[in-house]
Design a protein around this ligand. Structure first.
Ligand code: HEM
Length: 155
């Protein structure tokens, strides 16, 4: 059984996908439990979410892109739709994480800290920010799943 550099880079491409996106599908469960069990944990949850988005998601996106570019060049796939889609997906995901998810998570953390310090429940501002995180996060998750399908089907 011959192992080629191409096979190894494909493995690295998929490892990057797992590292970057695995956690994204668990966020809704973690936040739902935190909000129900102990709202005081929400500021810390947002902080963790933001560090993960920066280090894991955006970091591993670079691995996915770098390995993907090698595969596309080596396999002669650049003219294929799935590769163009993949490049577009990376740009959209990196853009939304950097421009929407990270700043919104920071604002949500500050807002819930204020609400909790005032001794109250999570207020309307906080709920609006978490709705945005849920909607954009959900869109990102769907985009990742569709991209995996396109990568496997290779249209
Ligand atoms: C969100 C972004 C991406 C995800 C989730 C993703 C996921 C995957 C997965 C799961 C495979 C394995 C499918 C298979 O082997 O049949 C794959 C293969 C591949 N990916 Fe990606 N990918 C992404 C972005 C990219 C980008 C940006 C490029 C190119 C610049 C790229 C190029 C390729 C190529 C050429 C293959 C085929 C390798 C082969 O089967 O020989 N991918 N991708």
């Amino acid at each position: 059984m011959a192992v080629s550099v191409y096979n190894v880079v494909l493995g690295i491409h998929i490892i990057g996908v797992v590292l970057a996106f695995g956690v994204v599908f668990a966020y809704p469960i973690m936040f739902a439990i935190a909000a129900r069990q102990d709202p005081r944990s929400l500021p810390l949850m947002h902080r963790i979410e933001r560090v993960i988005d920066r280090a894991l998601v955006n970091g591993a996106l670079v691995i996915v892109l770098g390995a993907g570019l090698y595969l596309a060049a080596e396999g002669g796939y650049f003219k294929d739709f799935f590769v163009q889609w993949g490049i577009g997906a990376i740009v959209v995901i990196g853009g939304l994480v950097g421009a929407v998810m990270i700043p919104t998570s920071k604002k949500a953390q500050e807002t819930i800290e204020r609400d909790l310090a005032a001794g109250g429940e999570p207020g309307e501002d906080y709920r609006r920010l978490t709705r945005r995180l849920n909607v954009v996060g959900g869109l990102l998750s769907v985009l990742v799943l569709v991209t995996i399908l396109f990568m496997a089907i290779k249209p």
